[in-house]
Design a protein around this ligand. Structure first.
Ligand code: ZN
Length: 272
């Protein structure tokens, strides 16, 4: 499941090749992938891509106003893959969208479970508000995170997954951040608020390391060039139930929090 580091790697892989390119044709064949209120993807034809950016876990292809902006969310199993022009298009079983550029490169959207979305609309105003995506851990200050946690009583693990409260995190990095911050995943938000500074520092550190490693590939995630990430080898708790904690050697535990599998060390994660 692509989270901030994976999406950041996709964005970095696309920014160079797509920046300054003009869209020749764009089509999306699975209408259920449109987020409500979206214009058709074909409206991108003729637009020049000025930048490729990340907004939480969404990928933005920006164009000069008043041309529309494209936001793509990869959902659970989505991949945006760049194909060189010339050769035959690769045959993917779950290909739902193709954007062709003036240098004959193609950007292909492949998604087996189809939990992703496409939104095409005006680029002005606050896109975060339109798409219901809050600030990510690099944009959020510790005081603001503290305020956001203070008013909540839900487990901090669930709150870290709330994209409006703090964007970019999913099940893998939420578990990793809580481990490195020493915060128990079931700690209520208002009790974890005092650890907001430590949570934010660890969030940035974990995310930076994961970005550098190319993200985490458990199953589906690929970078824009089709290669895999490397951070799956550096995970401290996620997917390591029963294995020794990297800090204290006690077995990592798995519990379910808000219907999500949650991995933590009962000895190292007590505070919050
Ligand atoms: Zn431990």
């Amino acid at each position: 499941v692509p989270e901030l580091p994976e999406v950041e790697n996709v964005v970095r892989g696309l920014a160079g090749p797509l920046g300054g390119r003009t869209v020749v044709r764009a089509r999306l064949t699975s209408r259920d992938l449109y987020r409500s209120g979206s214009l058709p993807l074909s409206r991108l034809a003729g637009s020049k891509i000025t930048s490729v950016e990340r907004l939480g876990k969404a990928i933005l292809l920006r164009t000069p106003p008043p041309d529309p902006v494209l936001a793509v969310h990869l959902g659970m199993t989505g991949n945006l893959l760049l194909e060189e022009g010339g050769g035959k298009p690769v045959r993917y079983k779950h290909k739902h969208a193709v954007i062709e550029f003036d240098d004959s490169r193609r950007l292909v959207y492949v998604d087996s479970r189809r939990f992703g979305f496409f939104w095409i609309g005006p680029g002005g105003g606050d896109l975060g508000d339109k798409l219901n995506i809050g600030p990510d851990p690099f944009q959020l200050g510790a005081a603001e995170l503290r305020r956001r946690l203070e008013r909540r009583t839900a487990p901090v693990k669930s709150l870290l997954l709330n994209q409006r409260l703090v964007s970019g995190l999913g099940n893998i990095y939420a578990d990793e951040i809580l481990f490195h911050a020493g915060v128990h995943p079931l700690t209520p938000g208002n009790a974890a608020a005092g650890s907001a500074g430590r949570l934010l520092r660890q969030a940035r550190a974990v995310l930076r390391r994961a970005i550098t490693q190319g993200g985490t590939t458990i199953r589906d995630y690929r970078k824009a060039d089709g290669s895999m990430g490397g951070f799956q080898r550096r995970l401290a708790v996620y997917g390591r139930a029963g294995q020794p904690c990297v800090d204290c050697g006690r077995p990592v535990r798995r519990i379910v929090v808000g219907s999500r599998g949650t991995h933590f060390c009962p000895r190292c994660q007590k505070t919050g």
